[in-house]
Design a protein around this ligand. Structure first.
Ligand code: NI
Length: 185
């Protein structure tokens, strides 16, 4: 397995729309394993392939954050949603920022598993929120896009500062983002 580089906002590659997975082969299995390793190393609970610059519809989630509940959703589609709530989110691609966004907290998802078998599940709570966040990534959207203009400008300035600090201290250590937020995805 290998650690992959996580793209950081405002990298334009985060805006790429991911393509559906058609081949369930060894390359896909390796990508999924690497995504989980990368996500755990970054102490996140979700990661979309878009964030590691692979533009396929693959989402890795483990809401336990420690290897207890790994779940992969390939070509995921939300087919029903309810119970809109305000939830605090952060993102491995937007270090040091968290904010409240509106998400559905109960969703029904159609997807494929890592072997290509169909999955039809209703999920709720953190898993539902995380799925919404990751499916946004596959469409080139970030949680900060849901924020108001002033907040988005602040996030952009902050990202520029973090980016220049990283360049100045290269090679960068693993993300020194210690917000303590556990919903990083
Ligand atoms: Ni994210």
């Amino acid at each position: 397995m290998a650690l992959l580089q996580i793209l950081a906002y405002p990298d334009a590659r985060l805006r790429t729309r991911a393509q559906p997975v058609r081949q369930f082969d060894a390359d896909l299995a390796r990508l999924i394993d690497d995504m989980f390793e990368t996500m755990y190393a970054a102490r996140g609970i979700g990661l979309a392939a878009t964030q590691v610059n692979v533009h396929l519809q693959v989402v890795a989630i483990d809401i336990s954050g420690k290897g207890e509940a790994p779940e992969v959703f390939i070509n995921p589609q939300i087919v029903a949603r309810r119970r809109l709530g305000k939830v605090e989110e952060s993102c491995l691609s937007v270090p040091g920022v968290s904010d409240f966004v509106k998400r559905h907290t109960v969703v029904r998802v159609h997807a494929l598993d890592r072997a290509g078998a169909p999955v039809d599940r209703e999920v709720d709570g953190m898993l539902a929120v995380c799925l919404g966040h990751e499916i946004d990534h596959l469409r080139g959207r970030l949680f900060v896009d849901h924020l108001g203009l002033v907040k988005r400008l602040w996030v952009r300035l902050r990202a520029a500062r973090i980016g220049s600090a990283r360049r100045a201290s290269a090679p960068a250590a693993a993300s020194p983002d210690a917000t303590g937020i556990i919903s990083r995805a």
